[in-house]
Structure formats: C-alpha cells, structure tokens
Write a protein that binds this ligand. Sequence first.
Ligand SMILES: Cc1cc2nc3c(=O)[nH]c(=O)nc-3n(C[C@H](O)[C@H](O)[C@H](O)COP(=O)(O)OP(=O)(O)OC[C@H]3O[C@@H](n4cnc5c(N)ncnc54)[C@H](O)[C@@H]3O)c2cc1C
Length: 422
Amino acid sequence: MRILISGASIAGPVLAYWLAHYGFRPTVVERSPTPRKTGGHAVDLFRPAMDIVERMGVLSRIEAKKTGTERLTLLREGRHRRIEVDLRRLMYAVSDRHVEIMRDDLSEIFLDATRDTVEYVFDDSITALAEDADGVDVTFARGVPRRFDLVIGADGLHSNVRRLVFGDERRFTHWLGAYLAVMTLPNYLGLKDQLMLFGDVGRMAGVYSGQQMDDARAVFMFRTPRELGVHHRDVARQKEVVRAAFAGLGREIPRLLAELERTPAFYFDSITQLRMDTWSRGRVTLVGDAGYSPGPAVGGSTSLAVVGAYVLAGELAAAGGDPVRGFQAYEHELGDYVRRSRIFALNAARSLVPRGRFQLWALAQAARMINHVPPGMIRALARRNSKGVRLHDSIVLEDYEQRARTAATTTPRASTLDRSFT
Ligand SMILES: Cc1cc2nc3c(=O)[nH]c(=O)nc-3n(C[C@H](O)[C@H](O)[C@H](O)COP(=O)(O)OP(=O)(O)OC[C@H]3O[C@@H](n4cnc5c(N)ncnc54)[C@H](O)[C@@H]3O)c2cc1C
C-alpha cells in the first residue's frame, strides 16, 4: 500500500518509519531542496516521545545531540538583581524523561533512521489531489503525477495538504495574542548550558546556545493589542516590527536588535493555535503541527507530533490499511492529548509573556521558588497543578506491536505485524 507524506521534518519521518515498519510503502515529499541545517530552534521531547524514539533505536543519537541547557538567568528591565534558575529542577517536576534538542538535529536523526526504508523526494510539493474510490491522483510542482492509496499532510502549521483538502487556514487558526521571532547569531556571550531571558511587560527575549552548537539563537516573543497585517514573505517589515516591539530596552537587547541586520536565518510568525474538529477527510489525513499545533513554543508540540505519528501508523496497521477505520481510531486515540495540549498552550502563552507588572513579578517569584523548594516538593506541586504541567507524562502509549501479537495468537490472520502492505 503506497502512502504519500508531505513534509520531512519531525512528524513526517517518524510516521514514515512506523509505516515502513508495519509493511506499508511510504514516500515523503519535502519542499526544501535539502534537509534543513541552518536556523531552527530548540524543541522538547517528553516521556511518551522519548519512549517512541527509544523503540525506533535512535535514543542514544538523540541524547548525544541534546542542547544541555541547564541554567536559566532571568533579567528584568529596570531591575539589577538577576534570578538564576536550575532548569534541571524544573524539568524534574515537569517530566520523568526529557531531552531538549535542536529541531534540525532531531530531523536529521529521523531522516537517517529511514533512509533505507523510505523514498524521499526533496525540492517538490503537491499542487493537486484528486481522490476516487481506490486512491488519490497526486500532481506535483516538479515531478510527474503519481497515484497513491493514501496522502498524509505532515507539512507544519501552514500545511499545504490541509489547504488543498480543508481550505483556507484562517478557518482553523486562532491567534494567541503574541508574536514570535527567532534568529541565528554568533555566540558572542559564550553561552554553553545557559538560557538568558530578558523580561519586561509584554515582551520577552532570550538567547541560548547548545553544547553541540557553534552559534546561538535569539528568541523574541511579544504581545500586540491586535493582529498585525505582516505578510509572511515580507522579512524587512517583520524585522521592523521586532525592532519596534523591543525599542528602548537595555542590557543585551540593542546588540540583539543589531544582529537582526546580519542574521543568516530569521523566522517570524504569529503565535497561533490550530483548532480543527476533525483532521481526516476520505483518503487524506494530517499529522503533527499540520493537524493540531497547539501553538509554536508554548505547547510541547514536538512531543505531540511524534506521538501523533506513532499513533497514526499503529492505528492504520491495526485497521489493515483501511483509512475509514484507521483515521477514526487515530483521531479518537489522540483527541484527548490534543485538547489538553491546547489548554496547556493557552496558559503558557499567557504566562510566558507577562501582560502586566504583577504577572512579571509572579514569573520572577515562581523562578525563585524553583531554586529554594526541594525538588520532591516541586514535583508534588506539579502533580497537583490543574493547568497540566505534567500533561505529556500523563499520556499512556498504546503498544501496537503487543496488540498485533495478541491478535496473532487469537486470530492469526488478523496480525498487523505479519502482514505486508505492498
Ligand atoms: C520558533 C519556534 C519555537 C519552537 N519551540 C518549541 C519548543 O520549545 N518545544 C517544542 O516542543 N516545540 C517547539 N516548537 C514547535 C515545533 O517546532 C513543532 O511542533 C514541530 O517541529 C512539529 O513538527 P512537524 O513535522 O509537524 O512540522 P514542521 O517541523 O513545521 O515541519 C513541516 C515540514 O513540512 C515542510 N513543508 C512545508 N510546506 C511544504 C510543502 N508545500 N510541500 C512539502 N513540504 C512542505 C517544511 O519544509 C517542513 O520540513 C517551536 C516552533 C517554532 C516555530
């Protein structure tokens, strides 16, 4: 059974890995001419995603590439005292198993793990999908048209497949009141294991590097009273908006703003949440940010993308490749995680960029508390936290291989593992 996946970042290669594992024949088409290696940002893998990458046999490679960020230094505008936070204590409270890694490193590891079993087509994109009872005819911007049994969009928050099948993204996106920019810059502060945050009301900037990195990343998050009409390709205007939002701030901010002129890689977007009641239609479904991004940098969406890919492949295999049963089971299995991630992201977006003086003060108090309260107590408080701090660790993964083995012993011919979907 031939399955086309659009997007070769995180969800795409993880899905392709598991589909190939169950005997399907995945092809991944990626718009970028090569795997991305410049820019990018740090992402998080929490316990369920860590369990999945362990099952994929890539855990040691991922751990070897972790950023190793262990300290956070919070500096508030107009205040001299800096607040130092041991991030390991914070992470201990949030998750039993966690790694922070640069997205492009993670993507490269997934691509390497699938090179021999998956067909990759770079520098191309789907332009049209025509579905009939038996399959989908796919037209590409560059390659010749091809036919597939199923098509899956793993092409991110601004998904092309979603647009082709479900229509304009504005029907599903909800702005969370803030904007996000990331740029690459020289590691002129000599950061190794440290994230420096510069906070003020309505704006927060951070700089970090990683133990594997030669350069650094600066992140800018800021609130605006209403949505800005900045075109996604108008980089000059986007930089202007960032400069205006952080104008007048001291410490490292003037230098960071000056780096905007020289950066080799710049990203800008609104912090937007995707809300779709269903993300499957006919022979097409969506995975990762394309289907259910809770919002970039606020909802742990990389873990959600990895788990989503694992569940989709598992449910499709369990349904014998039937998209009606497989996609329905996928949405049912993942629905609760998606809904809770949205709520988590809404809360995180509110507190990460303080709305007022009191919120900035509360953020500083919370940061101080992490250093002074024993780790066991922080974890106990996290467990009682109604805003779902331990959201990811509460997810219980279905063991699809075990399910297939059980099915094989009771009804041998129904085994998903024994079947080759060719
Ligand atoms: C600035 C920023 C900071 C973030 N910080 C965090 C964090 O701290 N922790 C965390 O867990 N997550 C974070 N995220 C979110 C995280 O990056 C995503 O959740 C994760 O990458 C989702 O993976 P994905 O594969 O679904 O989508 P993406 O990583 O967005 O990948 C989509 C892929 O599809 C490709 N594509 C796009 N259009 C087409 C097309 N027409 N045809 C073919 N291919 C196409 C793209 O080139 C890309 O390779 C952050 C995101 C951003 C933007």
